[in-house]
Design a protein around this ligand. Structure first.
Ligand SMILES: [Zn+2]
Ligand SMILES: [Zn+2]
Length: 253
């Protein structure tokens, strides 16, 4: 509680001294302004968890696409928008490369508005881990930041929609102590978009430690081919998880 209050005061002082400019439109006032957040295009349907195709809106409710040949090991996949959407991309870039932790308030509002209503109860959010080397370079894991904001947004929206009494019972939590990434490989984003090449690059790079939750939602900023998340899911499934889903801010190249 004390830390939260200190952080809030610090933010207010920083905002006063250095007024924020929107990372997407450069307007003064917020790190990621309401206009930009609300103009982000929703996906035209749901995402097939086996091949990552967006199934058109007319077929909403279907989990996999017709005659799907995809082999991805996910139970469900959710994203909040497309990576080619410049206003979403700007926020993701800011999160990932500038370490804009100040963005968290606006990110939480965005997540609060957009959280999928069909997230399975009792699932544990696991942020996609970075290798130790990359974590050292960057100083933080953007997936962890997103997972923490989703957890916070989830509790706030539950609190708003139901009595506060059952918040604890349904609360989701984030586990940073289950999945680890060893070895330093080439960044997937700098490689070709070929699934096989990317799968080879991340092979056996995840380790699972301790008790594995049954129902897991992997959290990341972007899902492209799904190769990295699939490798993580395989490690979790073979360590005892029953279902592994994925939730990302964006889907696409
Ligand atoms: Zn803006
Ligand atoms: Zn499919």
């Amino acid at each position: 509680m004390f830390n939260k209050a200190v952080r809030k005061i610090k933010e207010q002082v920083m905002d006063f001294l250095f007024p924020p400019f929107c990372v997407a439109c450069n307007k003064q006032g917020d790190w990621w302004c309401e206009d930009c957040r609300s103009s982000i295009q929703n996906l035209s349907g749901s995402i097939c968890p086996k091949c990552l195709r967006v199934i058109d809106a007319g077929r909403l409710g279907r989990v996999t696409c017709d005659d799907c040949h995809g082999l991805l090991p996910f139970d469900r996949v959710w994203s909040f928008g497309y990576y080619h959407d410049p206003k979403l991309r700007a926020a993701i870039t800011a999160l990932k490369f500038q370490g804009t932790t100040a963005l968290h308030r606006d990110l939480r509002s965005f997540l609060n508005d957009k959280l999928p209503s069909d997230l399975p109860g009792g699932a544990v959010f696991i942020p996609m881990p970075l290798s130790e080397k990359r974590l050292k370079e960057r100083g933080f894991n953007q997936a962890e930041l997103i997972a923490n904001e989703i957890e916070a947004a989830q509790s706030t929206s539950r609190m708003a929609h139901s009595g506060a009494s059952d918040v604890r019972r349904v609360a989701y939590h984030v586990s940073n102590a289950t999945l680890f990434r060893s070895g330093h490989r080439e960044a997937q984003s700098s490689m070709s978009h070929d699934l096989d090449t990317r799968q080879e690059n991340v092979k056996n790079c995840f380790q699972v430690v301790g008790n594995v939750p049954k129902n897991i939602i992997l959290v990341d900023d972007v899902i492209t081919t799904g190769a990295t998340a699939a490798e993580a899911a395989k490690a979790l499934l073979s360590a005892g998880a029953e279902k592994v889903s994925v939730l990302t801010l964006a889907i696409g190249a």
